[in-house]
Design a protein around this ligand. Structure first.
Ligand code: HEM
Length: 497
């Protein structure tokens, strides 16, 4: 009889595991349906690269590096292809009877309360229902009813930050202040009460929000992050808890006020529109309390730092180019000559040079210019057949720099947008494309236009010499903003530069 040795069992298990791993390796490298696509060798059998880029906060740079080095499409992990061409924008993100749905592995974790939102819904039907319910509140006409509220916040930004610096002739780091300004705008829209983070008078700080930016994307790769006993991580989750409780309280109070004060209470405001929304296609269904809480938190996440970052990069590019700055301020000041009068959106949105500067800023510095992952249902994408289940994305950072459509692609040239071709518009998609594009585009445009027109109406905004290209490199913490976490400017009263 053969005696059974625990040591030989161990050896057998090791041998089985090694054979299995070798089999997986051979399959992924040579026989996988994506084996024919170029890409780095390690990407053929590991998913290490996307994870590393996320942790290093360099997603846009890494994604573009892959495209530049290997072309489009490129295999960047065992089951993922990146594209960077006009056709893929439509094939991946466009309206279709065989759509590429959002990739659950990435989006399921994008939640503050565990509930589903318009942003993370991966089911086409569920997403369409929520999006229909939200769409009226995000329409330009509905948002403009609250224009005065945005103007009030911009005025606060001026009084608390720009005016004191201009009076004293000092430079000022506006990085955190701009983030607070747009967070206050978004929160005021969402809850009828601002977080008041700029003045520091509110219960919630920008830091509470900020942790959300850090933990949520990382959670997508590490679902057990919340159980890691590292003090900073635990503090981030405590901040998230504070934010969720605050939002639950605000939405609850708002609903109680409607009960108490009757149907006319806050009629037409953003939150009221969300509460009142009914979806005819699903028998008059409405947003539940949980839906309202999760979605409005997502609006803060998707809507505050993004707009702040765009405004700052515009100041950065314009501030270093005197000719260009002259053109921009002349346009703004001749449209709004009276400093006692706040600019309004209707007029501001017609300023062609300002619009060109915003387009060019979003092309080069869009905060969400990465490839957002979708799952192929098994169809042609960018001219090649992509098997079902493959994760695909079109890299905006790269399409925005394609020299065939944007000559001298790294140069900031607003003039290129004054007579933009349809091809340029089809390649530049800072707000995404198709049924999952940015629902908050109008809100972003209102905030950016009103903030920039007011600031350039009142000030000549120079860049402090301490600022360098390196400091402005994009750090991708969900929304990609200046790496240094600071942006120092010198505001001088208009005409006294
Ligand atoms: C400059 C500012 C902004 C930029 C560049 C931007 C860009 C984008 C992009 C690229 C997407 C697609 C993401 C994906 O495919 O996963 C997106 C989606 C979204 N954005 Fe924005 N965004 C901005 C501002 C805002 C604002 C102000 C809000 C709202 C308050 C907002 C709310 C959303 C939401 C809810 C989605 C998900 C839409 C859906 O899946 O149906 N965004 N945004």
């Amino acid at each position: 009889m053969i005696e059974y040795q625990p040591q030989s069992l161990f050896t057998t298990l090791w041998a089985l595991l090694a054979t299995y791993l070798l089999g997986v390796f051979v399959y992924r490298v040579w026989f996988h349906p994506l084996a024919k696509y170029p890409g780095p060798f390690f990407a053929r059998f590991t998913d290490i690269y996307p994870m590393l880029a996320m942790f290093k906060m360099t997603r846009c740079y890494w994604q573009d590096e892959m495209i530049q080095k290997y072309g489009s499409p490129v295999r960047v992990s065992t089951n993922q292809l990146f594209f960077a061409d006009m056709k893929s924008w439509v094939d991946i993100y466009g309206q279709s009877s065989a759509p590429c749905l959002k990739e659950p592995g990435f989006y399921d974790q994008m939640t503050a309360t565990g509930a589903t939102s318009v942003f993370n819904a991966t089911s086409k039907v569920e997403h369409a229902r929520v999006r229909r319910l939200l769409s009226h509140a995000f329409s330009l006409s509905a948002l403009l009813k609250d224009e005065a509220l945005v103007q009030k916040k911009v005025d606060e930004l001026d009084r608390l930050v720009f005016a004191p610096a201009a009076r004293s002739g000092q430079s000022v780091d506006i990085f955190g202040k701009m983030m607070c300004n747009f967070l206050d705008i978004s929160s005021h829209f969402s809850y009828g009460e601002s977080f008041n983070t700029l003045s520091g008078r509110g219960e919630i700080s920008h830091a509470d929000m900020d942790c959300f930016f850090v933990v949520i994307p990382v959670q997508a790769f590490l679902p057990f992050l919340r159980y890691v006993p590292i003090p900073r991580i635990q503090e981030a989750y405590r901040s998230l808890g504070r934010l969720v409780r605050f939002v639950q309280k605000s939405v609850g109070n708002f609903q109680a006020e409607i009960e108490k004060q009757g149907d006319q209470y806050a009629k037409g405001t953003f939150l009221r529109n969300l509460i009142d929304a009914r979806d005819d296609e699903t028998g008059g269904s409405k947003l539940s309390f949980e839906d309202l809480v999760e979605n409005t938190i997502i609006f803060l996440l998707a809507g505050s730092d993004t707009t702040a970052i765009t405004s700052m990069y515009l100041m950065w590019e314009v501030g270093r180019r005197p000719e260009l700055k002259k053109k921009l301020v002349e346009e703004i000041r001749s449209a709004f000559p009276n400093p006692d009068q706040m600019p309004n959106y209707e007029q501001a949105s017609q300023l062609t040079y300002l619009n060109a500067c915003i387009e060019e800023t979003l092309r080069l510095w869009g905060p969400f210019n990465v490839g957002f992952p979708r799952v192929s249902p098994g169809k042609q994408i960018g001219g090649v057949f992509v098997p079902a289940g493959t994760v695909v994305a079109n890299v905006a950072y790269s399409t925005h720099r394609d020299p065939n459509y944007f000559p001298n692609p790294l140069e900031f040239v607003p003039e290129r947008w004054l007579n933009a071709s349809s091809d340029m518009k089809a390649m530049a998609k800072p707000f995404g494309h198709g049924p999952r594009n940015c629902i908050g585009k109008h809100l972003a445009e209102i905030g950016i236009h009103l903030t920039l027109t007011r600031l350039y109406q009142l000030y000549d905004i120079g860049i402090d010499p301490c600022m360098t290209e390196e400091m402005m490199r994009q750090k991708d913490r969900g929304a990609a903003g200046p790496w240094a976490g600071k942006f120092v400017i010198i505001p001088k009263p208009a005409g006294k530069a």
